[in-house]
Design a protein around this ligand. Structure first.
Ligand code: SF4
Length: 387
């Protein structure tokens, strides 16, 4: 059975030194939660994120002053030797976007509030609707020109909770409306000959996020467009709830081959988002960060302390990136159920373990206390033979 993931073919959008889409790995990004006017605290958080594997960092620019301060943050990062691309997050403030676009490598705008203010506009006639699109085009034009001049990329990031009244009146408060909200801006950018776009559909409801993203992709396909897609569940929460919501929302789309960059949003220190984004990408078979360690739940057939064994195998073997190890409870079903693992660690008799290599028994009834040492020696020897 061929389980190779076919990733949706997308264009490459360069964000400073980091490419999103195309053949680039699926990128991990996060966002600072410091005050953007606090240059040192923000730069420190960006560095902490970069140190744990974050590849792009978004910083809010809520007004023109904080947009201007992105310059100081970027300079401090350069002085410290960090060239991680920065993204300005903009809501309601085209002027801040225009300032930020000449400083950072990408701007994120929300099509629901970039040019619109909340209103109770009733349904528009076709002529009035086209007039609205013309107004958006005129408002977007200066930003696009700055982005072109500075090679700045842009994310058109739609949020379910902040659709414009124009879009809601026309399409309802629906996933379909979310996709249309982005497509209005996409088509305007296209007429302005600007293509460095990344698109996202976010909601705290994973089903809405999933459906809106799939609708967006089908609309893009219909228009012959292949911009990269950013995935994330917004307001995912904290702890286990936030991790599960993010894994389902992001992972369900990754398994369809959709997604070029991801952000896990947790109500925690943003540094905590990065390992979650990495276990999501590895679980969806998109990127590899560490050894893959699987284990059975154990049952009445288990004759050894499998919970302790799996923790120890993880502890000592997780650095072996690219290796898959199965820790199984018994030799009755264990060998058959771990067939796609490179190595197997299977409880046999009381305090004894069988070690397997590629489904074949390599060492029988090894003392549990010595089993991991022998497993590591075997992996090391195999690696040397392969080289
Ligand atoms: S592998 Fe063995 S111990 Fe583990 S769940 Fe299956 S039957 Fe039970």
């Amino acid at each position: 059975m061929n389980l190779t993931l076919t990733r949706r073919q997308t264009s490459t959008v360069n964000v400073g030194s980091v490419g999103i889409g195309g053949n680039n790995p699926i990128r991990i990004q996060s966002m600072t939660n410091t005050d953007t006017m606090n240059t040192v605290a923000t730069a420190q958080q960006v560095m902490a994120l970069a140190d744990v594997g974050c590849e792009l960092v978004r910083i809010t620019a809520s007004d023109t002053k904080s947009a201007e301060n992105l310059y100081n943050i970027r300079n401090l990062l350069v002085q410290k030797g960090y060239d991680i691309p920065l993204i300005a997050d903009i809501h309601f403030n085209p002027k801040a976007a225009e300032i930020a676009a000449s400083i950072v490598q990408k701007v994120r705008i929300n099509p629901g509030n970039y040019t619109d203010r909340p209103s109770n506009t009733v349904s528009l006639t076709e002529e009035a609707y086209n007039g609205e699109l013309q107004r958006i085009k005129e408002r977007l034009h200066p930003l696009i020109e700055i982005c072109k001049r500075h090679n700045t990329a842009m994310r058109i990031g739609t949020n379910h909770g902040s659709l414009s009244q124009r879009i809601i009146n026309r399409y309802g408060n629906t996933p379909f409306a979310m996709a249309h909200s982005a497509m209005e801006f996409v088509r305007i950018c296209k007429t302005l000959k600007y293509e460095s776009l990344v698109l996202s559909m976010k909601s705290s409801n994973v089903r809405i996020m999933n459906l809106a993203t799939r609708l967006l992709v089908s609309m893009l396909d219909k228009d012959g467009l292949n911009y990269p897609i950013h995935l994330g569940v917004t307001e995912a929460g904290e702890g286990e709830d936030g991790r599960i919501r993010s894994a389902i929302g992001i992972g369900s789309l990754l398994c369809l081959g959709i997604g070029d960059t991801i952000r896990v949003s947790l109500t925690e220190d943003p540094v905590a988002e990065i390992p979650v984004a990495q276990s999501i990408l590895q679980a969806a078979a998109c990127r590899t960060y560490k050894a893959e360690i699987i284990s059975c739940p154990s049952c009445g057939r288990t004759r050894y302390d499998i919970q302790r064994a799996v923790k120890e195998v993880k502890n000592r073997c997780e650095h072996l990136k690219g290796v898959k190890i199965a820790v199984m409870g018994c030799i009755v079903n264990g060998p058959g159920e771990m067939l796609d693992a490179d190595y197997g660690y299977i409880g046999s008799l009381e305090g004894k373990v069988h070690l397997y290599r590629k489904g074949e028994l390599a060492f029988a009834n090894v003392e549990e206390a010595k089993a991991i040492d022998i497993l590591l020696e075997m992996i090391d020897k195999d690696k040397k033979t392969e080289q």
